[in-house]
Ligand binder design. Sequence first.
Ligand code: NAD
Length: 484
Amino acid sequence: MITQPAASHFIDGEYVEDSSGTPINVIYPATGEIIGKVYSATPAIIERAIESGTKAQKAWARLSGTERGRVLNRAASIIRERNYDLSVLETYDTGKPISETLYADATSAADALEYFGGLAGSITGEHIPLPDGNWAYTRREPLGLCVGIGAWNYPTQIACWKGAPALACGNAMIFKPSEVTPLCALKIAEILIEAGLPPGLYNVIQGLGDVGATLVSEPRVDKVSLTGSVPTGRKVYASAASQMKHVTMELGGKSPLIIFDDADLENAVSGAILANFYSTGQICSNGTRVFVQRKIQDAFLKRLVERLGQAVIGDPQDEATNFGPMVSQRQLDIVLEYFEKAKSEGARLITGGKPIAGDGFFIEPTVFADVTDDMTIACEEVFGPLMSVLTFDAEKEVITRANATEFGLAAGVFTADLSRGHRMVDALDAGTCFINSYNDAPVEVPFGGVKMSGVGRENSKAAITHYSQLKSVFVRMDDMESPF
Ligand code: NAD
C-alpha cells in the first residue's frame, strides 16, 4: 500500500501542498520506519482552508437536510466498500492491529455518516402557540465554520464523529488530525468529495499544536470540537471562550471499573481486558482503575494472567495479531516511566512491565496489583497497556474512591445484582456507564465526559444540539400594543 499521501492538505476538493511548512514524518509504529511525510500548514494554507470553508457553507446550509444526508450516506457506502484498504491504512497510521481496525474504525466512521445522514432531514425547530392567536417558531440553524481537532488513537473515527454531525447540520468543517496520525482523515476528505460533497465543506489541514491553536483563535471559526488531553483541552477551551465560540471537549479519563464478588468472573475478566488492552490501552474511556472486591481478588488475578497469556503480539497487519505496538516512541517512553513509578511506589507487578525488544514500539500488557488510591498510576491517565488493580470491601467505600478523581469520562460495574448495578450508576460521576460490559460506543448513544473529562456530547441526537443553534421567531397575528 502507498502510504505517502498525494499532498499534505485537502482543501476545496483537492490535494494542496506547501512544503515551506514544518515537515512531519509519518512513522509506522510496528517498525519505526518513516512511511510518509507531510508539512504543517502555513498561514497561507490555513487562510485557504478558512476561505473555502466559509464560502461553501452558505450554499450547503440552503440545501434540504435530505439532500445533505444523501451525500453522507453515499460516503458511508464508499467507506464500507473500501473497509479493508482503509483498515490497512489505519493500521499503518496508528499501529493498531488489523484485527481491530477492520471492525472499529472505518466501520465506525461509516456508522456516523449513516446515522447523521439519516437524521439530517429531521433537524427542525418547533411551533410554540401563544395567547391571542400569536405564535412563535424556532429554527435550528447551523453554526457556520467548525473546526475539528483530533487525537491519534482513532484518526478515521474521530474525523467522522466530528465531520458527520457538523455536515448534517449544514456546517463546514476544517479538520486537523493529530500530527502523529495524519493519513486517515485525508482519505475521508477524498471520499466525501467522491460522494458528492461540494468542495470546501470538509477541508483537512495538517499541523502541530500551533496550527490547532491558530484555528481556535480565528474569528471566522464558530465552533471547536477537540479530542485530546485535559491540558490541551484547557488551552483550547480558554481560547474559544474569549470569542464565545461553541465547544465540544472530548478529553482524558481515569475511569473506574468495579468488579463485585457476585459477578460472573469470566465476563469480568473479559471486561477488564477489553477496558485496558484493546488498542494497546490507548483509549480515553478505558477502565484503568480496576476495583476488585477482596473475596475474588486472587481468582480474578489468576484468570487474568491466564487470559493475558493468550495475547498475540506481533505484526499488526497480520489478522492473527490482537495486541499491537504503542503509537510512538514518545508514548512508549511515557508508559515505561509509569511502570518505574508504580514499582518505586510499591505496586506489585503481576505480569508484563517491559518493552519488547526489536524494532517498533512494542510493550508488554502489564498488570499491577495492590495499587492504592494515592499512587501515581491510580491518579494519572497513562494511555497505555497498564492495568491497576485495587482492592475494595464495601459498596459505599468503592463509590467514594471511584469518584475521587478530577476525571469523569466513563465507569463500569460488574455484578449479578442488577439493582446494585443501577444504584452504582446513579452514584458514579461519569458521562458514560457500563453495567456488565465495557467500552461499547454505538453511534446511537451519547458519548462524552463530566468533570475535567469534557464538555458536550458526541454521537446520538445530542450531537445535533452541539453543531446547531436555535433562532426564535415571534409572529404577531393581532394588532401591536404600545404605551404611547
Ligand atoms: P493532545 O492533547 O496532545 O493532542 C490532541 C490534538 O490537539 C492534536 O491534534 C494536537 O496537535 C492538538 N493540539 C495540541 N495543542 C494544541 C493547542 N494549544 N491548541 C489547539 N490544538 C492543539 O492529545 P493526544 O496525545 O493526541 O491524544 C491523547 C489524549 O486524547 C488522551 O488524553 C486521551 O484520553 C484523549 N482522548 C479523548 C477521547 C474522548 O473522546 N474523550 C478520545 C481519544 C483520546
